[in-house]
Design a protein around this ligand. Structure first.
Ligand code: URA
Length: 268
């Protein structure tokens, strides 16, 4: 049996109510019943907007990523493997692969989220406005990409329009950032932003809960790595009132680095 039309049911109920309250309905019921049945709704095509393709990459693509990443024996080989890798659809729309920047012998490694427009144009992570704020924050405790910081991202190609990366895109990039951490063996890993922290720690908690703590990152095969999570500088540009908490995190980082014997430059 066909489903009763919900609009017609609602109109009938309204007429019943009016009748109960003494409204003179005239021939309203006859007019309504004579009205043609509504055209059944057509399924609407999915909007071609920022919708996230839900499907993860095919298992073979993931295997390729794992094989390519684990075959790399140095950061230079890993960079070359990423340049040759075609298993992440973001590469097709990006201008450049954005792998890493900074001192390869640094004991502190930062991992952000994904390149934006400026990074895509230049091919280096954190070179836009938020990157400049991040540089100033780390310079305040004597760390800079010129001497003692190594910087990379979870995602190596700019998502179109800076949309959040899909689970499939994250999965395709994951073996490469895991291998970068393995090869780098930082004394301290700083995860910049909620997506970076949630991905590397495999946790659902938001950045407000993860920041400001001594954490541990555990990669697939390697020994545990000391880790901290911080607010993303793009967030701090939008909410300068939270810079107070970010500064507390920088002080915790500074204390921890001193305990680990990590050398820093002069505070700028
Ligand atoms: N935001 C990030 O997370 N990474 C970049 O490289 C630039 C902006």
């Amino acid at each position: 049996m066909a489903e009763p039309d919900p609009c017609r049911r609602a109109a009938e109920a309204l007429l019943d109510w009016w009748a109960l309250t003494g409204v003179d309905l005239g021939d309203s019921r006859q007019i309504m019943r004579a009205a043609p049945a509504p055209i059944p709704a057509q399924p609407r095509p999915a909007p071609a907007s920022r919708a996230q393709p839900a499907s993860p990459p095919k298992a073979a693509g993931l295997e390729d990523a794992r094989a390519a990443a684990s075959a790399a024996k140095s950061l230079a080989e890993l960079r070359a493997a990423l340049d040759a890798f075609e298993g992440c659809p973001l590469k097709k729309t990006a201008r450049n692969t954005v792998f890493a920047d900074g001192a390869e012998d640094a004991e502190v490694m930062l991992v952000g989220e994904a390149p934006g427009k400026d990074e895509d144009e230049i091919g280096k992570p954190f070179v836009g406005r938020s990157g400049q704020l991040m540089d100033r924050m780390f310079a305040a405790i004597g760390l800079s990409r010129a001497t003692n910081l190594f910087i990379s991202n979870i995602i190596f190609w700019r998502p179109p329009g800076n949309r959040p990366p899909t689970q499939g895109e994250i999965a395709a990039c994951m073996p490469f950032i895991q291998r970068a951490i393995e090869l780098k063996k930082p004394k301290l890993l700083v995860m910049i932003g909620g997506m970076s922290a949630q991905t590397l720690l495999a946790r659902d908690a938001g950045i407000t809960r993860l920041r400001g703590k001594r954490l541990i990152y555990k990669g697939p095969d390697e020994a545990p790595v000391n880790a901290m999570a911080m607010f993303h500088p793009a967030y701090l540009l939008r909410r300068p009132q939270d810079k107070r908490m970010a500064w507390a995190d920088m002080l915790l980082l500074e204390t921890w680095l001193d305990e680990l014997g990590v050398k820093r430059g002069a505070r700028l």
